[in-house]
Design a protein around this ligand. Sequence first.
Ligand code: IVH
Length: 693
Amino acid sequence: MPLDDLPLFTQPVASVPPEKARMDALVAELEHHNYCYHVLDAPEISDDAYDALFRELLALEAAHPQWRSPHSPTLRVGGGLLSGLVKKAHRRRMYGLDNVFNAEEWRDFVERMRRALPEAPLAFWCDPKLDGLALEIVYENGVLTEALTRGDGEIGEVVTAAVRTIKTIPLRLRPPAQGGELPARLEVRGEVVIFKADFAALNERRDALGQKTFANPRNAAAGALRQLDTTATSAVPLRFLAYSLGDADWGGAQPCRLQSELMARLRDYGFQTPPDGRLCAGPAEVETYVEQVRQRRESFDMEIDGAVAKQDDLEAQEALGHTARAPRFAVAFKFPAMQARTILRGIEIQVGRTGVLTPVAILDPVAVGGVMVSRATLHNEDEIRAKNIRIGDTVLVQRAGDVIPEVVGPVLEARPADAAEFVFPHVCPVCGQPAHREEGEAAWRCDNLACPAIRLRAISHFVSKAGLDIGGIGQKWIEQLVSSGRVQSPPDLFTLTVPELLQYDRMGDSLAQKFVDAIEQARHTATLARLICGLGIRHVGEQTARQLARHYADLDALAHAGTEELMRLEDIGPEVASSIRAFFANAANAAMLERFRALGLWPSAPAEPAQAAVADGPLAGKTILFTGTLSMKRDDAAKMAEACGAAIAGGVSKKLDYLVAGEKAGSKREKAEKLGIPILSEQEFLDMLRRGE
Ligand code: IVH
């Protein structure tokens, strides 16, 4: 080999200490797996294997802090506390976008662009407009060195520490696969968002911990990004989607010429980009694209509020430049807001399947995100009070994702003098029986098993997709069958006959036959999981029902399971277990099950017997929960505890005796601390087993 072709650094390598080499290798390996997991959504190794590598790196860095890499993945973990956000000017201003609302305004925009730069090609890169927060991230020689919020466009806030915790942001740009250098300095711009599903889970978790929930993903993202304590940032599932550049010094790297090329380059560097971006060959194609995005708006993983069209040629972008407020080379097609103002005319109480009384806002009809809304949920009595909502108020109504419309709050400036406070009823509006509100619960509930509203909901649920999935029986027919008294509980469905059904108004031969056939088919094919879910036991949804069906052979076996035994199953906590017990202890429910048996609706499943507790083990009678990363598998730790007689809890509650917390223990630890439950390290737990406590 000619001398010139020898790899650089051949000689110095020999003098790199093995620990340092191992640390560098670990950083590279962890970066790769982080990218596969968070950006590509296609992990190559198990969480446990990742954790083992991560812990190895942590240990090496603790021993050799001088060798810690500035882009080490361990720096992503929240920690340091900033004393205040520092402001800094953007090298290039971060502009907003001008909006167009229809095809005519779009054509005007194209015309203006043509006049300003006649030679500009008419190809446009289009992508959805993400409803998040604009962010600029600076990479020097490929390494993340700084991140700024948009601020007022000229001056932003330095949020580098918080941004480092976002897993979809590379701490170091991935080197181009086809070789070549990384840019000397690159400002990558994009949007910080929270996916809708992550947001729902985040709010659910906060709610369970008694923390305030966020109104929408955007607010949650804004709060998290501007946190001084980055541990709080890392608790929020932020993502970054890249869509443009600020200042760029390509150095020895090949510069991009087209926006479409830039998007591919950003992905190569390791970024996620907005979903469904596309190059459109002319203004008409852009219109079609925007229409498609508009129609699929709610199916996106994140909130979007429009679509953006950008001149594809980056040189033309440069030449077109900006007006005082916005670029001349790009424009946003704004979709109608998912929030709107209207007047709250009244509050109606709806009775749910489990008897919960839900207040529903009756509104002057208003378009929200292109859909007319005249009813919206107010959740419960406390929400109405906390949000200070009165009848007659002008209120803000919101539709977010697939969830039902809700009232965000009143517009206090517009409150009329006669706005009336709502007094929550303490009787069921359907059956007139007294309602109850249990301590620690937000809901008022009708406990009358014979309440027609509850019956109707219970039967609707039984036939729904979550239950036996009996197709073709519309809600209207169920209402008729229930209100006529013919169907009072689910087993009654299985005794319906064609001649009987024909007596109902507008029921024809073929429809009646279809009903009876569908019901008969369900009787033969219903699985145990579906039947359990269809029963409508409080807190038992599809997932829990499947879990129960895996462990119990049939409804008999489940009916005889005690709370302790149930709580040994994964994800079943004390609340769920006692709700299952209460359901089977109820005489009316027991009678219903007997009717199912007599009707031959009695599915069974091969059971994995729930392990009986070791009655005289050293941990007999104790309830334990494991959380965080342990040196062994959590499952194995649980088995050890069970072998000593302990029961494994499904969640943190007052009944828990010990929480064993490993590394990265999160909300469970916080909750246990709040409840004053003893928290053990893995070592303390093992010591306890050894001492036989
Ligand atoms: S391109 C010169 N693409 O919307 C602007 N921006 O309301 C180039 N935004 O400031 C930006 N989604 O923060 C672009 N797919 C997208 C976007 C997007 C959201 C933001 C951006 C901009 C704001 C204007």
